[in-house]
Design a protein around this ligand. Structure first.
Ligand code: ATP
Ligand code: MG
Length: 265
């Protein structure tokens, strides 16, 4: 437990998760990284800002308990704390679901005010915002409140270049701390994958913060609402753990303790 005065003084860091393409793993990376950071003892609130097609509640395993959503808090139907769902595996992790459909009463001013209330409540070290990607309202809203953006990409040159474009968009919107996460990495060895990634990101303007191996276990886990605390693959849990540690400012090698990577058939 935190001491009362310490609780008062902590302001949450807000990190948004985005990508220029759908299905590259924003929600998966966001939810699993949140669990890894929470397991280290930091308080993390994950907000699904995929207005209109919520999915984080399934990936993170809280769909049966998500009665309210972020729009209820933003437009004032429900007090902000009431829309928060506490994770039942880790006491440091909480979630807020996205609405099933776009709420016409939502606006940027109210959204900013609501997120600021969570960020300054003293309850959270981190707020993670999952966006549906693209340059629509959710990304505009999230970029108005976030200090950092994690851009998720696959390891192809084309998607890394597109990630660069997203990065300039965010930079223009005032999000100055931009980091790249390369997801679904395949290869015969961590060393080979590392060499490949280094050549891919060589021209990219965004600093790399981590890489996540391709592993079908993550697809199954996403369907069952299981996160890093329940995964069998140590390569996956270590990958998220490494990014969690770098998020907290620790220096950890890119593929620290990751041994083998899958090869796509
Ligand atoms: N490292 C990985 N290895 C294997 N499968 C993965 C990995 N990361 C994500 N996936 C799978 O890829 C699919 C898309 O992931 P996810 O829904 O997280 O992407 P997204 O970028 O949030 O998509 P959207 O744009 O629809 O929001 C899911 O089936 C997920 O389980
Ligand atoms: Mg998603």
């Amino acid at each position: 437990m935190h001491m009362a005065d310490e609780t008062q003084s902590k302001n949450a860091r807000i990190i948004l998760f985005t990508s220029c393409k759908g299905g590259v793993g924003k929600s998966t990376v966001c939810a699993n990284l949140a669990m890894s950071v929470a397991l280290s003892g930091k308080d993390v609130l994950v907000i699904d800002c995929d207005f209109g097609s919520r999915c984080l509640d399934i990936v993170a395993g809280f769909s049966d308990r998500a009665v309210y959503d972020i729009s209820d808090a933003v437009v004032g139907r429900v007090p902000p704390e009431k829309v928060v769902v506490k994770d039942n595996r880790c006491e440091h992790l909480s979630f807020i679901a996205a609405p099933y459909s776009v709420d016409a009463q939502m606006n940027l001013f109210l959204f900013k005010r609501t997120i600021a209330a969570y960020a300054t409540s003293g309850r959270y070290d981190y707020i993670f915002i999952d966006t549906p990607g693209g340059a629509g309202d959710p990304l505009l809203y999230a970029s108005a409140v976030a200090d950092t953006a994690y851009i998720i990409t696959s390891s192809t040159k084309v998607s890394v270049r597109a990630a660069d474009k997203t990065a300039s968009f965010l930079y223009d919107k005032g999000v100055k701390r931009l980091r790249l996460i390369i997801n679904k990495v395949t290869g015969t060895s961590a060393k080979k994958a590392k060499d490949e990634l280094i050549s891919v990101i060589d021209g990219a303007a965004v600093k790399l913060i981590g890489a996540v191996p391709y592993d079908p276990e993550l697809i199954r886990a996403g369907d069952e609402g299981k996160l890093t605390d329940e995964l069998y693959s140590t390569n996956l849990t270590r990958a998220f753990d490494n990014i969690a540690r770098r998020t907290e400012g620790e220096q950890v090698p890119l593929f620290y303790k990751i041994r083998r990577l899958k090869r796509l058939k």
